[in-house]
Design a protein around this ligand. Structure first.
Ligand code: PMP
Length: 352
């Protein structure tokens, strides 16, 4: 604590991201990154920009990327908002839409950035407890609220809500904004963006960090009615009118255009997830049903914290959350087949 800090800086409880240790080479299954590199077309586009135009400011509106996304998703360009990773899109969304008297609602076990933003922007919130099987209780989102945010699939559980369930939530909520955070939707889920025409209060948030292998480039975007997007732009332009740099804009365009590469890598990850799930179940693990690029697992006799530490000794990083109800689970990102074989071998040795 410093005497120079504002009350705001002193009062925040910042988010702690998953560890990225540098002491040795790890198999990294702890931050839900994609094990495959981005499309080669992304690297080509970035090299061209680096060689030719870094001295120039980027397009403040990111028009080419918005056009590319609009065409890809079959939306109008003014229904898209760009941000520096979906974390930033979410921060702007909290600022732009959530401030009414009623608390906003989100699941009690979910992406840990939501309470951080709510506290930073002084937004009341109410946690909706997950069911005993970790499913999201849809009817609990029908109560009066000042807005809703739900990740679909949820993190860190991987559990997925059908489009019908999301629509039921929307049918009970037309006063405030409903945000569906679809960071992990491309690994087997169905996107709610199809509902945007019907529900002007629906905001769907995506990222290129996961299914497009671009966590390092920091590109996220939101899709919603133009009124919502205009609000987001008003707030964003009060902070920084050049959200995305030239490298990110150029790389993101090619990542979206290379559909064939995206299809192959995202399907591969879903297949690996199913194989690893079966192998872990044979070893006695409980594995929650997942439509994400990670699984949430628990062993009946070996404690999750012990597994986490022993895997780390074997140079394998997974995510352990010391939180009530989930402190006997590990979240394991789906790596390449080789990485997952090493993980399974290590697990086998530890639980033997
Ligand atoms: N939403 C969820 C549910 C996440 O797990 C993450 C990744 N940690 C994000 C959003 C943010 O992703 P990014 O900022 O890399 O787009």
């Amino acid at each position: 604590m410093s005497k120079y800090w504002s009350k705001l800086a002193a009062g925040v409880d910042p988010y702690v991201p998953g560890e990225q240790p540098k002491d040795k080479k790890y198999i990294k299954l702890n931050t839900n990154e994609n094990p495959y590199p981005p499309s080669p077309r992304v690297l080509e586009a970035i090299k061209t920009v680096a060689n030719e135009s870094l001295k120039l400011y980027p397009d403040p509106n990111g028009d080419e990327l918005k056009r590319t996304l609009a065409e890809y998703f079959g939306l109008k360009k003014d229904r898209i908002f760009l941000g520096n990773g979906s974390d930033e899109v979410l921060a702007f969304s909290f600022m732009t839409f959530f401030d009414s008297g009623f608390p906003i609602l989100f699941p009690d076990i979910t992406y840990s950035f939501y309470p951080v933003y709510a506290n930073l922007f002084k937004i009341n919130y109410e946690l909706i407890p997950l069911n005993d099987d970790f499913a999201i209780p849809v009817d609990q989102f029908f109560k009066p609220n000042g807005g809703i945010i739900i990740p679909n699939p949820n993190a860190p559980t991987g559990e997925y809500l059908t489009l019908e369930a999301i629509e039921e939530i929307l049918l009970h909520n037309n006063e405030h904004v409903v945000i569906i955070d679809e960071a992990y939707i491309d690994f087997g889920g169905e996107s709610a963006r199809k509902l945007i025409d019907k529900y002007p209060n629906l905001l769907v948030v995506h990222t290129l960090s996961k299914s497009r292998s671009l966590a390092g480039l920091r590109v996220g975007f939101a899709m919603g009615h133009e009124d919502l997007i205009e609000g987001l732009n008003r707030v964003k332009n009060s902070f920084n009118s050049y959200t995305l740099d030239r490298l990110a804009l150029a790389g993101a365009v090619e990542a979206i255009k290379d559909e064939a590469y995206f299809q192959v890598t995202s399907k591969k990850i879903s297949q690996t997830r199913e194989r690893v799930t079966q192998d872990l179940q044979i070893m006695g693990f409980k594995v929650l049903p997942s439509k994400a690029n990670f699984i949430f697992i628990s062993h009946p006799s070996v404690k999750a914290e012990e597994l986490f530490l022993k895997l780390k000794e074997e140079s394998i990083l997974v995510r352990y959350f010391k939180k009530p109800r989930i402190d006997n689970f590990l979240r394991v990102s789906i790596g390449s087949d080789d990485e997952m074989d090493n993980f399974l071998k290590a697990i086998c040795k530890i639980i033997a």
